[in-house]
Design a protein around this ligand. Structure first.
Ligand SMILES: Nc1nc2c(c(=O)[nH]1)N[C@H]1C(S)=C(S)[C@@H](COP(=O)(O)OP(=O)(O)OC[C@H]3O[C@@H](n4cnc5c(=O)[nH]c(N)nc54)[C@H](O)[C@@H]3O)O[C@H]1N2
Ligand SMILES: Nc1nc2c(c(=O)[nH]1)N[C@H]1C(S)=C(S)[C@@H](COP(=O)(O)OP(=O)(O)OC[C@H]3O[C@@H](n4cnc5c(=O)[nH]c(N)nc54)[C@H](O)[C@@H]3O)O[C@H]1N2
Ligand SMILES: [Mo]
Length: 674
C-alpha cells in the first residue's frame, strides 16, 4: 500500500512523499508526483528512509547509563523507569538550583510544527532556561529584513522567467535541489547562471560563470557592483526616488568601493566584478537566489543586507522573473495556546544555542545541571566541539536525550528515550523553500518502543503534576489549534482546509512576487539607509570591511569553511552505514599549490587544526578551492570516524546581527598527519 507523507528533514524543499508500506514496514519511498513544487522527485537521502526507519542502528528501547559518561555503556529500562528517573532529576535540579539550571536543547530534527515545539509549554511551565534557537538563519533573516523588510520573498518558480540568475552562497544542487529545474528552464530560454561561492561546489560546476571569492567578502563585492551600477548609470531612477530611502548617503559610501578595492579584498579580478555588474545592470529580469552561506560569517547580517539591496537599484522587482529569494512560506504560525509563553516566569534567562559549550562549562547562577536534548545533535552540529564535549562529559550534569540513534550526543546521556521518526507521527508542515503547506499522518506505528516527542513531554508533565489543558492534547488536536490560531493570517486566506486535512499539499495565499506589493520595513521602502540598524548601534549603511576569525592570527594562514555534504543532512544520515561509506569519510579540499608547499599529496591523511581544535581527514587536492581556502563538507559523526567533526574548528563567536553562528568563518592550518 502507498501512503502519502511529507519529508520533515531540515531542508527548504519539504518534499511530498509516497511511502510503500507492507506488514507495518516501510519498503520504499518516492516523490509524490502530485506535489505542485517537488513534483515527484526526491534527493538521494530521502530514498534511504526505509533504512533510516528500520535500520539496525535504530534505538528501540529506553536506556540508562551504566558506564562512565560517554563510554556508550547502557542498560535497557522500561519507559516508566526512564520517565520516573527523568522527572525525579528535573525536580531535584529545580529544587536545589532553581529551574533555570535545566536547559532544553532542540532544533530541527523534525520540522513539524506540533512535535518540533511540543517541549515549549513544558519548559515554560517548569521555568527552565530558554533556548535561543539561532543556529541557522537569524543573521540572514535580520540582514535581509533591514533592507527589504520581513515577510516572504520572490517565489523560486519565478526565476524560470529570468534572463540572469545569480546563486549567491547557496549550493542549490545539494541543499535545495527542486529549485534547479526552474533555473534550467530559464537557461533553456537563454538565461545565464552565475554562482558566487568560495569553492567550486556541484552547483558552481554547472554554472555559466563562477566567482570564487574569499569567504566573508560578499558585502565588498556587492558594494563594488553598486559602484559600477551607479557609475555607469544602470539605475531605475524613478523607483529609487519613490520606493527607497537613503540613496544619496549610499552613493557617498559607494564612492569608496571601486571594483579595484573589492577585487583586492575578495580575491577576484576587477573585470570579473565589472562584468557581473554590467550583466546584472543590463539584464531584462535579474534574479538572485541568496543562500545562507554569506550569512554564516561574523559580518553575515551586513553581507545579507548589502546583497539584498542590489535588486532595488535596478528595480528587479517590477520585472517578471526578477527579484530575490531568501526564505519562503510564512504560515501557519506556532499556536500560543500550545507554546504557552504566559506560563514562563518573567525574566527567565535565555541561552544562545550557538554557545552551548560556554553554557555547559562556564555559566553560573545557576550553572546548567540538567540538559534535555531532542531533535538536535549538538555534539556534531554545535560549534567549538571541544568545549561542548567537555560540558557533556561533566559527571554532575544529568543529560536526557530523545533520539532515534546512538549519536555522539546520545552517548553522553544518562537516560536515552527512543524517538519515533517522522513517518511514525502526524504533523503539519510549512517550509522555507516554497509556499505550500501540508498535513501528514503516521504511515506506520512507532518502531519498537519508540515514542513521539509530544507523547513523551505529556507523560513527563503528568509526572510533574502539570495539569494545564495543553499537556493532554492529541496530535490532531494540536494541528487543529495551529490552524485555528492562524486563521487571521492573510497567508491562510482561501486555503482549502478540507484538502489540507485530507493530506494534500495546499498553496498559501502568498504572491509569487511579494515585493511588487511593497516592503515591510519601518519606512515601507527599501532602506539603503537603515535607521533600525543605527538604533542597534550598527552601521546604518552597507559596509564591505571583512571581519575574519580574530583568533586565527598568523599561526593559521588559511580560511576554512564547513558547508553541507550532498549525502548528509547536517549530521543526519550518518546512521546509515552504506551512506557513511559512500561519503568516504571526512575530506578536506586543498588547492594544489597549498598542498605542495606542505608536502601533501592526493588522498593523504592530514590534520586540519587551529587554536580551537583539530580534525583528521583525507586530502582532496583540487583546483575546486582557492589557494587560501580549505573546504570541509558535512558533519560526519565523530564516533564513527575518529578525528571527524568539523565543528572542532568552528567558533562560538556570534554574528553581527541575529546572534547566529559563523560556521564558515575560521582560520586553520593543514599538515600531513605524520
Ligand atoms: N544535502 C544537504 N542539504 C541540506 C543541508 C545539508 O546539510 N545537506 N542542510 C540544510 C539546512 S539546515 C540549511 S540551513 C540549508 C543551507 O543551504 P545553503 O544555503 O546551500 O548552505 P550553506 O551552508 O549556507 O552554504 C551554501 C554555500 O555557501 C558557501 N559559502 C560559505 N561561506 C561563504 C561566503 O562567505 N560567501 C559566499 N558567497 N558563499 C559562502 C558555501 O561554500 C556553500 O557552497 O540546506 C539544507 N539542505
Ligand atoms: N560546521 C557546521 N556546523 C553546522 C552547519 C554548518 O554548515 N557547518 N549547519 C548548521 C545548521 S544550518 C543547522 S540547521 C544545524 C542543524 O542542527 P540539528 O538540527 O541538530 O541537525 P541534525 O544533525 O539533523 O540533528 C537532528 C537530530 O534529530 C534526530 N531526529 C531526526 N528526526 C527525528 C525524529 O523524528 N524524532 C526524533 N526523536 N529524533 C529525530 C536525528 O537523528 C538527529 O540526530 O547544524 C548547524 N551546524
Ligand atoms: Mo539550517
Amino acid at each position: 500500500m502507498w501512503k502519502r507523507a511529507v519529508c520533515t528533514k531540515d531542508c527548504p524543499d519539504t518534499c511530498g512523499l509516497l511511502v510503500q508500506v507492507e506488514d507495518g514496514r516501510i519498503i520504499r519511498v518516492k516523490g509524490d508526483p502530485d506535489h505542485p513544487y517537488t513534483q515527484g522527485f526526491i534527493c538521494k537521502k530521502g530514498a534511504r528512509f526505509p533504512e533510516h526507519v528500520h535500520g539496525a542502528a535504530r534505538l528501540t528501547e529506553p536506556l540508562r547509563r551504566t558506564g562512565p559518561k560517554g563510554s556508550g555503556e547502557f542498560e535497557p529500562v522500561t519507559w516508566d523507569e526512564a520517565l520516573d528517573e527523568v522527572a525525579a532529576n528535573i525536580r531535584r535540579v529545580a529544587d536545589e538550583f532553581g529551574p533555570e539550571a535545566v536547559l532544553p536543547y532542540s532544533y530541527a530534527g523534525h520540522m513539524g510544527l506540533v512535535h518540533r515545539h511540543s517541549g515549549d509549554a513544558f519548559f515554560n511551565k517548569l521555568g527552565a532556561s530558554r533556548l535561543d534557537a539561532t543556529i541557522c538563519g537569524p543573521a540572514a533573516t535580520a540582514g535581509f529584513k533591514a533592507s527589504l523588510g520581513s515577510g516572504p520573498s520572490t517565489e523560486i518558480q519565478e526565476a524560470a522567467k529570468s534572463d540572469f540568475i545569480i546563486i549567491w552562497g547557496n549550493n542549490t544542487l545539494v541543499t535545495n535541489v527542486h529549485a534547479w529545474p526552474h533555473f534550467l528552464r530559464a537557461r533553456k530560454n537563454g538565461a545565464k547562471i552565475v554562482v558566487i561561492d568560495p569553492y567550486r561546489n556541484p552547483t558552481a560546476n554547472e554554472a555559466d560563470r563562477h566567482l570564487m571569492l574569499r569567504p566573508g567578502t560578499d558585502a565588498a563585492l556587492a558594494l563594488a557592483v553598486m559602484h559600477v551600477l551607479i557609475d555607469e548609470d544602470m539605475l531605475d531612477h524613478d523607483f529609487i526616488a519613490t520606493r527607497t530611502i537613503g540613496f544619496d548617503r549610499l552613493k557617498e559610501r559607494v564612492i569608496d568601493w571601486p571594483p579595484a578595492r573589492a577585487a583586492e579584498i575578495c580575491g577576484l579580478r576587477e573585470t570579473e566584478i565589472r562584468d557581473l555588474a554590467r550583466a546584472y545592470g543590463t539584464a531584462r529580469a535579474p534574479y538572485i537566489r541568496s543562500g545562507w552561506g554569506p550569512a554564516r560569517q561574523l559580518a553575515g547580517g551586513m553581507a545579507m543586507r548589502t546583497i539584498s539591496l542590489l535588486p532595488a537599484l535596478v528595480n528587479a522587482f517590477a520585472k517578471p522573473g526578477g527579484g530575490i529569494t531568501r526564505s519562503l512560506g510564512g504560515a501557519p504560525g506556532k499556536a500560543a495556546s500550545l507554546l504557552r509563553p504566559d506560563l514562563r516566569p518573567e525574566g527567565t534567562r535565555t541561552v544562545n544555542m550557538v554557545r552551548l559549550g560556554h553554557a555547559l562549562t562556564e555559566l553560573s547562577d545557576p550553572p546548567i545541571k540538567l540538559l534535555y536534548n531532542y531533535l538536535s545533535n549538538p555534539a556534531a552540529v554545535a560549534p567549538q566541539s571541544a568545549q561542548v564535549m567537555a560540558g557533556l562529559a561533566r559527571e554532575d550534569l544529568f543529560t536526557v536525550v530523545q533520539e532515534m540513534y546512538m549519536t555522539d550526543t546520545a552517548r553522553f546521556a544518562d537516560i536515552i528515550l527512543p524517538g519515533a521518526s517522522f513517518l511514525e507521527t502526524g504533523d503539519i508542515y510549512r517550509c522555507y523553500g516554497h509556499n505550500h503547506i501540508q498535513i501528514a499522518r503516521p504511515v506506520i506505528a512507532p518502531v519498537g518502543q519508540a515514542r513521539p516527542i509530544l507523547d513523551t513531554f505529556q507523560a513527563l508533565a503528568a509526572r510533574l503534576g502539570f495539569d494545564e489543558e495543553v499537556f493532554s492534547l492529541t496530535e490532531e488536536q494540536c494541528i487543529e489549534r495551529i490552524l485555528a490560531e492562524s486563521a487571521d493570517s492573510p497567508f491562510m486566506d482561501g486555503v482549502d482546509l478540507d484538502a489540507l486535512r485530507r493530506g494534500e499539499p495546499v498553496r498559501l495565499n502568498i504572491p509569487a512576487n511579494p515585493f511588487e506589493h511593497g516592503f515591510k520595513t519601518a519606512s515601507g521602502k527599501v532602506e539603503f539607509y537603515s535607521q533600525s540598524m543605527a538604533d542597534q548601534g550598527l552601521d546604518p549603511l552597507p559596509d564591505g570591511t571583512p571581519v575574519r576569525d580574530p583568533e586565527g592570527g598568523d599561526a593559521y594562514p588559511l580560511e576554512c569553511i564547513t558547508p553541507p555534504h550532498p549525502l548528509l543532512l547536517n549530521s543526519a544520515f550518518n546512521e546509515i552505514e552504506s551512506i557513511r561509506e559512500r561519503t568516504g569519510g571526512p575530506k578536506v579540499l586543498i588547492h594544489p599549490d597549498t598542498a605542495k608547499t606542505r608536502g601533501i599529496e592526493q588522498g593523504m591523511a592530514v590534520r586540519v587544526f587551529n587554536g580551537r581544535g583539530q580534525i583528521t581527514a583525507l586530502a582532496e587536492v583540487t583546483e575546486d578551492t582557492r589557494p587560501d581556502l580549505l573546504v570541509i563538507e558535512g558533519l560526519h559523526w565523530p564516533n564513527t570516524r575518529p578525528g571527524a567533526g568539523s565543528n572542532q574548528l568552528t567558533s562560538q563567536r556570534i554574528t553581527d546581527m541575529g546572534n547566529t553562528c559563523a560556521f564558515h568563518c575560521n582560520k586553520a592550518e593543514v599538515e600531513p598527519l605524520e
